[in-house]
Write a protein that binds this ligand. Structure first.
Ligand code: NAD
Length: 505
């Protein structure tokens, strides 16, 4: 594959009705984050183009739902096979557009495939349940039905995986999907549309553009549900827009996950885990370790071990043999650096990193690279602990007890996930029952499972993707009651008997 030619072919188009179509919308430049050089352009699709996509989606959805569940499942497995076939090309484009190391791009494809295969099967499982009837001789049951056209709005950090976590479930539930990709991953998401060629044309479509394109799709009267992943303010705006029509919505918003280290933990392992959880994808993970609370008895030793782990990481272009690529775009890098600078002003001390790498090849000097950074002397009230960092930063805050660690973990406006390193059974039990987040990982940071629900509490959002819950997110439940004999229901119909009237003296 010639990546430059591929990006050129995907520039300025949207994907509708099974074809790439030129958009009349204004174009925006896409930069390679490893070089800061232009690699293509995406279009802000016009309102008319977006409306046409919605019409196409509605027609495709009706035909899709009219098929057998077995047929839908077979085609979804075909999509997964196509993903597998295109994985090398998709991973290369993903790395070139978002900066993440090629290995992580391949992982993203592997996980997208497993989510698709999982929902291909789950979609032909239960479509409702039979209830014990409240009237003898009748049949009472529920039917699971699709929402209709689902709009999936995405961020750039896992643009293909997060797409499939929602799209696979939505398709398995009988919906059509319109994807609004992130501005920072539009071209790769357009290329990804080629995995859907086995599906009926128009069932999955992709409309690049900024927030106004997403907003139009959210408010369109012929879209029926929104699955959103991104920041808290955007999630709030979308939830408000949906509320006007009571349109169902799934909100997967920001995290500020705690990572607790207790004295009973194997410290070297915990330090490797913290390095991975804080620095994976350059810290641009919604469930990154953002606030690291370390028990005072092991604080200094843990800090030394974490610095050792951070020092091993190789930084550079995601197409090289590296562990860390650049950040996704310059604004994110600048925002991250401002947060780091304020932490230092407030008294935190950099014990590793803190700047931009100096030893990069010439062609990467302007890329959006930063060093993985470890901070000590961090206190709970600092901005760096209160706000989501979304960059490769590991701030270490000393705690005197497990009680204090739990209290600080829960003292947050968001509640996505939390990790605790301990081998103390009582602490394990308390962490799993007392932490107010959607996920709790004990000695197993950042793991996902297609079969297990993923989502947040508080300002991290509501609703769940993945697992059986994630399928139900994209389905209506309809109650059906049948009286096969069409009998008279005299036990409660008119006329009421005199004996049941209020007693008169
Ligand atoms: P963002 O909110 O800026 O943008 C997300 C998407 O929303 C983009 O596609 C954008 O174009 C679109 N958008 C913006 N305004 C809109 C509007 N008014 N109506 C409709 N769509 C609109 O988020 P981001 O900065 O790209 O993503 C980073 C954030 O995503 C982080 O906070 C991270 O924690 C969060 N995230 C959460 C999860 C999760 O599962 N909870 C997963 C990944 C990322």
């Amino acid at each position: 594959m010639d990546a430059a030619a591929e990006f050129g072919r995907l520039s300025g188009v949207f994907y509708s009705g099974g074809s790439f179509l030129p958009s009349a919308g204004e174009r925006r430049t896409v930069l390679d984050p490893a070089t800061a050089k232009p690699i293509g352009e995406f279009a802000d699709v016009t309102a008319e183009e977006a409306d046409q996509v919605v019409t196409t989606a509605n027609a495709a959805q009706k035909a899709w739902w009219a098929e057998s569940a077995l047929h839908r499942s077979e085609l979804m497995h075909e999509v997964a096979r196509e993903m597998h076939r295109l994985a090398p090309e998709l991973a290369e484009l993903l790395t070139r557009e978002t900066g993440k190391p090629y290995k992580e791009s391949r992982d993203e494809l592997t996980w997208s495939i497993s989510a698709t295969d999982y929902y291909a099967e789950l979609g032909r499982h239960s479509h409702g349940s039979v209830l014990g009837p409240s009237v003898a001789g009748q049949l009472h049951y529920t039917l699971k039905e699709p929402m209709g056209v689902v709009v999936v709005i995405l961020p750039a950090n896992f643009p293909l995986l997060l797409l499939m976590w929602e799209a696979a479930a939505a398709l398995a539930a009988g919906n059509a999907v319109i994807v609004k990709p992130s501005e920072w991953a539009s071209l790769t998401t357009l290329k990804f549309m080629e995995v859907f060629t086995a599906l009926p044309a128009g069932l999955v479509q992709c409309v690049p553009g900024g927030g106004q394109v997403g907003d139009r799709l959210v408010r369109h009267p012929q879209t029926h549900m929104v699955g959103f992943t991104g920041s808290v303010p955007t999630g709030q705006a979308i939830a408000k827009a949906c509320a006007e029509q009571f349109k169902p919505h799934l909100i997967e918003a920001s995290g500020n996950d705690a990572f607790v280290v207790m004295p009973s933990a194997p410290l070297r392992t915990a330090a490797r885990a913290a390095a991975f959880a804080a620095f994976l994808n350059c810290g641009q993970v919604c469930t990154s370790a953002e606030r690291i609370y370390v028990h005072t008895d092991v604080y200094d030793e843990f800090a030394d071990l974490l610095v050792e782990e951070a020092a091993k990481l190789r930084i550079g272009s995601g197409l090289g043999a590296v562990d860390l690529g650049p950040m996704e775009h310059a604004e994110e890098r600048d925002r991250y650096e401002r947060i780091l600078a304020r932490a230092v002003e407030q008294g935190a001390k950099v014990v590793h990193g803190g700047g931009r790498p100096l030893d990069l090849p010439e062609e990467n000097r302007d890329g959006f690279f930063v060093e993985p950074t470890v901070l000590v002397n961090v206190t709970p009230d600092m901005e760096v602990m209160q706000a989501e960092i979304f960059g490769p930063l590991a701030p270490l805050c000393r705690v005197e007890s497990f009680d204090e660690a739990l209290k600080l973990t829960n003292a947050s406006l968001v509640g996505l996930g939390a990790t605790v390193y301990t081998t103390d059974l009582q602490e394990v039990h308390r962490a799993t029952t007392e932490i107010a987040t959607g996920m709790v990982w004990i000695n197993a940071p950042l793991l996902d499972n297609d079969a297990g629900p993923f989502g947040g509490r508080k300002l991290s959002g509501f609703g769940r993707q993945l697992g059986a819950e994630g399928l139900d997110t994209f389905r209506h439940t309809k109650l059906v009651m049948i009286d096969p004999a069409a009998s008279e229901h005299d036990f409660w119909w008119f006329p009421y008997s005199d004996d049941e009237a209020f007693p008169q003296d």
